[in-house]
Design a protein around this ligand. Structure first.
Ligand code: ADP
Length: 472
């Protein structure tokens, strides 16, 4: 099957979170299953762009409202990611350093989607599946079905994967002029609560919709940033498929970022070497359990309660714990964490920013990974932590619920709690400290067990293929 993935992120080209990891891995594993998966994404000014060789495969032009734009499509020459990678270049709109966060993001992503449809509609064959990811590509199923300019795409099955339903790409109807001409009778397919809502439109128009875990699919019917009724109404075509992790990138035996590689055979020594480096770099005590948090410092991840939860844990547990936080996001949380770092120096340290190499060393060197998320569509961090022998401490939500079993339950290997609250986190940190100091043998057995859990993409990639096949 020929599958075209359309997304705003793809690791290692451009990544802001889990979306990038998934789009960088799923196509590779689909190709390993004998299919022909490709990725189409915007051409940002990233290091990957500058460090690789490209060939021009298409040039075209389209309208964005009243103005004409020119676009070109370039392809990475060596297939180094394990799939064909195409970047769409639109000068003045997409060629920027950041992926998101500009005032004209609506214009940027609408233009990207128009260019993508225009280019594919000019092929002299039809792909088998167009697979769009999140709202940035969410208008494509509508355009394929209801824009006369792309009518030759209307019979290609489209699939939407929702990596995060909090972000929907709302635009006022005053921006409808940006869209290519469409069948006016179908305006309702764009609308949700008097706005153009690209994510809602994709849920309505795609042939099949999936979320990246089973529990998240159920949760969306109760809480989906305003789309609850839509998910209830469309539940017949919605399913959950759990994300995998790229075992080639995330392998403690071969990971080039690590200070010392290790396997399930020698994890104690290996993890300690990485922990030693972290403790040295961040002024922490190697003899104490090291708790880490890696991620966006936003409300969804409950980052706002982290500073209080950390100080409460340090005081309540008589300083028998160390914390290292890697992330960026809400400026207020960033400041609070920086203050805490000075106030509780020797117990707490931070790296405010984004660092892929540091994240790898943290997954390897930490003893515990904290994920108190309020919303977690799948969560990859906990799966990386499992593979690197770091015990996840997670809230009972979304993909965390699907992948972590509390050690108090049968065959459990993690720590789970119910509420995103300072009390629940402090209590769970206490349970972890108890494991670390008093139940080391049990802790090591848990680590051996969880390092062997298979969360690789093979199974999930096959589930996507089965989903496509049912649409043909
Ligand atoms: P989300 O997509 O909601 O941010 P996920 O758990 O699905 O969360 O994916 C997060 C990914 O982003 C993981 O690969 C994690 O290691 C990475 N990540 C998040 N913040 C940072 C950071 N500050 N530095 C390095 N990697 C980060």
């Amino acid at each position: 099957m020929e599958i075209i993935h359309v997304a705003a992120e793809c690791y290692p080209v451009a990544k802001a979170g889990g979306l990038g990891d998934v789009v960088g891995a799923l196509p590779k594993y689909q190709n390993k299953l004998g299919h022909f998966a490709k990725v189409v994404m915007p051409m940002y000014r990233t290091r990957f762009l500058l460090q690789n060789e490209w060939e021009l495969v298409h040039e075209g032009g389209q309208n964005l409202g009243q103005s004409f734009f020119h676009y070109s499509v370039i392809k990475e020459k060596t297939n180094k990611l394990g799939f064909d990678l195409f970047l769409i270049d639109i000068k003045g709109l997409l060629d920027r350093e950041k992926i998101y966060g500009y005032d004209d993001d609506s214009e940027r992503f609408v233009a990207f989607q128009i260019a993508t449809c225009d280019w594919i509609s000019k092929w002299n064959h039809r792909p088998d599946i167009i697979h769009v990811h999140d709202y940035h590509a969410g208008l494509i199923p509508f355009m394929m079905k209801h824009c006369p300019a792309f009518s030759n795409l209307s019979l290609i099955p489209s699939v939407l994967t929702i990596h995060n339903a909090q972000y929907q790409g709302w635009m006022g109807w005053d921006k409808s002029y940006l869209l290519p001409a469409y069948d006016d009778w179908k305006w309702g397919m764009l609308d949700w609560k008097n706005n153009i809502n690209p994510l809602a439109s994709a849920v309505k128009c795609a042939w099949k919709v999936n979320t990246v875990s089973y529990s998240y699919m159920d949760e969306l019917k109760l809480s989906a940033n305003g789309l609850e009724n839509l998910f209830e109404y469309e539940k017949g075509k919605c399913i959950g498929i759990l994300n995998g992790i790229d075992n080639e990138v995330w392998d403690p035996e071969t990971d080039e970022h690590l200070i010392k590689n290790f396997s399930v055979e020698n994890f104690e020594k290996g993890k300690r070497k990485n922990k030693k480096e972290l403790c040295k770099q961040f002024g922490l005590d190697i003899e104490k359990p090291l708790f880490t948090f890696i991620g966006r410092l936003v409300g969804e991840k409950a980052a706002d309660i982290l500073p209080e939860a950390i100080s409460s844990s340090v005081y309540q547990h008589q300083g028998n714990c160390n914390f290292l936080i890697l992330g960026s996001g809400d400026p207020e949380v960033e400041v609070q964490l920086e203050n805490l770092k000075h106030l509780l120096s020797g117990y707490v340290s931070t790296y405010i920013g984004y660092s892929e190499p540091l994240s790898h060393i943290m997954y390897a060197g930490a003893d515990f990974l904290l994920m108190p998320s309020r919303v977690e569509p799948c969560g990859l961090n906990q799966m990386y932590a499992l593979r690197y022998g770091t015990i996840p401490i997670v809230r009972n939500v979304g993909g965390l619920r699907d992948t972590v079993v509390d050690y108090g339950d049968w065959q459990g290997f993690g720590i789970r709690f119910d509420n995103a609250s300072v009390w629940d986190i402090t209590y769970s940190v206490g349970r972890a400290i108890d494991l670390y100091f008093n139940k080391r043998e049990q802790m090591n057995q848990m680590i051996s067990f969880m390092m062997g859990i298979d969360h690789s993409w093979e199974t999930s990639a096959q589930q996507y293929i089965s989903l496509y096949q049912a649409l043909k």
